[in-house]
Ligand binder design. Sequence first.
Ligand SMILES: CC(C)(COP(=O)(O)OP(=O)(O)OC[C@H]1O[C@@H](n2cnc3c(N)ncnc32)[C@H](O)[C@@H]1OP(=O)(O)O)[C@@H](O)C(=O)NCCC(=O)NCCS
Length: 206
Amino acid sequence: MLTASRISIGPFVPEDFAPLFCWANDVAAAQLDFAYRPVDMMTHQLWWNALGKDATKVFFAIRKTADPTIIGYVQIGGINPVHRSAELGIRIGAESNRGQGCGKEALGLAVEFCWNHLNLNRVQLVVFKHNHRAIAAYKAIGFKKEGVLRKASFIGGAWVDLVLMAALRPAKARRKSPSTKALVQMLNDRRPAAEIAAAPVQRRTA
Ligand SMILES: CC(C)(COP(=O)(O)OP(=O)(O)OC[C@H]1O[C@@H](n2cnc3c(N)ncnc32)[C@H](O)[C@@H]1OP(=O)(O)O)[C@@H](O)C(=O)NCCC(=O)NCCS
């Protein structure tokens, strides 16, 4: 489980299934996310059962701190080991849980997971141009607009432009372990590894 101040993201449990099924059939939320099509229980169940066997996808349940009830999910899909890229999506299920910072925190954790655990280099997404809250949340955690796909979706009776956004792995690689140089130094040194790793590297002078 990965935790932030308001929420955590982690695995799904059987109790999550009913809310997930309701959200899949939420027409209003679909106006912000995808073209609505009713989902039947059997199809929904088969889809979620197959999820764990698909190495190109990682889904997390979002829960508020100290409350086991699922409030949404964040999805990482299209994981490509050659290009080291993936696509991101998110849904906070109920309007009453939106606009409290939970979405931003969940996105932040998911993106960190992409850099630190999947070793990805690029995470991208498309968002409806009218979904200002989602665009603000993506921007807040470092996504940049890369372009607009004009009239790319037909949603609720009208054509909708899609905004393509992406985040690239931060230039400063998050190296948690000491460098090789620091490890060699550590073998010849009695200082703790963390102290050696934190010390500035001495540059060789001509
Ligand atoms: C999009 C979504 C994940 C955002 O999560 P959230 O918890 O509601 O949003 P947060 O509270 O974390 O804040 C998001 C940002 O939007 C801003 N915001 C909030 N309401 C807004 C509104 N009505 N219009 C524009 N910006 C808004 C917030 O101020 C914040 O930006 P800031 O950091 O610059 O202040 C969530 O609202 C949601 O699931 N919506 C329905 C499904 C959806 O749209 N999914 C995304 C599909 S691409």
